[in-house]
Design a protein around this ligand. Sequence first.
Ligand SMILES: Cc1cc2nc3c(=O)[nH]c(=O)nc-3n(C[C@H](O)[C@H](O)[C@H](O)COP(=O)(O)OP(=O)(O)OC[C@H]3O[C@@H](n4cnc5c(N)ncnc54)[C@H](O)[C@@H]3O)c2cc1C
Length: 505
Amino acid sequence: MTSRADFIVVGAGSAGCIAAAELIRREAGSVLLLEAGPTDNSPVVKMPFGLVWMMGKRHRDWCYKSTPQTHLGGRQLNVTRGRMVGGSGSINSMVWFRGRKDDFDNWQLPGWSWAYVEPAFESIEARLTPNRMQGAHPVTEALHSLFPEHGTTPPSPEYESAGVFAFNMVNGRRRSAADGFIKPNPPGLTLVTGQEVDRVLFDGDTARGIRLVDGTELNANKGVILSAGSIGSPSILMRSGVGPRADLAALGIEVRHNSEEVGKNLHDHPAAGLHFAGPGSGYGITPAQMPGWAAAPFQYLMTRRGRFASPTVEGGGFFNARGLDEAPDVQSHFIPFMLGWEGKRYVYGSGYFADVCVCRPKSRGALRLTSRVPKAAPEIDLGVFNDSSDMDTLVAGLKRLRILMDQVDFGTRHAPEAFPGPTVQSDEALRDHIRDRGATAYHPVGTLRMGEGDAPVTPRLTVRGVQGLWVADASVMPAVTSANTNAPSMMIGHRAGEFIAEDCA
Ligand SMILES: Cc1cc2nc3c(=O)[nH]c(=O)nc-3n(C[C@H](O)[C@H](O)[C@H](O)COP(=O)(O)OP(=O)(O)OC[C@H]3O[C@@H](n4cnc5c(N)ncnc54)[C@H](O)[C@@H]3O)c2cc1C
């Protein structure tokens, strides 16, 4: 393979597809979009319930694990990351939230306040047409009874609200950044799958191309854009010699630019949940529901409804963990399925599940390379609960979740809490529950923070210390947004396309 492209974009994920498409739309030059994983041409990707079969399978998931988490009793968490065209946006639940307006204002970076990012969201939404899920389970619909003043509109992180979420699904099918922006392939854009990038190549301090894991070198006339996500992009950057000097030197990597913060500031939304079980409540495995499961594939094919049209998470809400008259500080995801607990994937019976996650966690971890060899997984310390206030908020959030779940008008579908169960009441017992079962929401961000001063990436998304190299993905978020991170990652891809086209004009 050879390249005469103006730009090489590494990673065809949520942000990378949009950055690439924007560069083409703005006539900034030709683009070679390289993706390590396979295409997304599969019914398992398109069918919302299909994520259940993709997660944990190396074909479409990088299957990373965190380091043992000190405040989770030494447990290692799954760090699921999509490995295919569409990236994590092809394996996710498609919940669509821009975030809170002041998430972006609080970044306090030129070009990133709400007034600047809103048009990018609007432009993306015009293509992907996210909307309130059709055909949600009645127990999910019942969540709207909590805050009836909002009717049946999807909840918002701006105020306390609950109900069926909006999703980037159209007619029961996933509509990812890849679907919306690079299909059909715009002229000037070449997508190549199955090509894993090892590192960036430089002429002096200027990025001139990339080296693939198989040793192939590819040139880019105008520059390289890293869109390999919060785990992939800092790993590639460090293998390219940009990162903390001592760490790189210890691995025998020639240091091109000492950037101490590369890999730092890793964070995610910490989460823990409650399981509810009762006959006739949510989806589950019972004799009465067996005909429904047997019919599910046909129902999906014919009507795009039913279990297989469910992205598992169907709704939830936002509330203040301590019930204060303040902005929501926790989000809840509601899954109208009986999920297993105590290590079991499935449990017999009908039920539903609701979690709570901290909207603005204060804990920070770090990502480090373990080897200069590209196939070696990095060390991913999510730093969960390094700041004890996150644990306090989650404990308060679980207590409030219990109260709210009791108030939902589920009618005859109401199910009592089955796990951890009503005996787990004290703060200490809830802390133990979180320690033993808590996880994160698969929203890792921040490993290539953009900012002023020593931040690895500038607010124009250029990598500090070198030329012709940009980052466009969730890794640049200085602080995670208050809700799910797919739409904000896409927005970053969109802004990247704007900035790079302007800067290379
Ligand atoms: C299971 C799961 C559920 C989620 N649910 C939701 C949800 O419902 N709503 C929501 O808003 N967010 C959700 N998220 C999070 C959201 O999908 C991500 O925040 C978002 O997709 C991140 O976009 P990105 O562009 O930063 O990275 P990605 O979309 O992950 O893209 C990175 C791409 O780079 C590729 N890549 C990596 N390394 C290399 C390399 N060396 N060479 C070439 N290519 C490479 C990857 O294969 C991938 O395609 C979920 C995530 C997961 C994993």
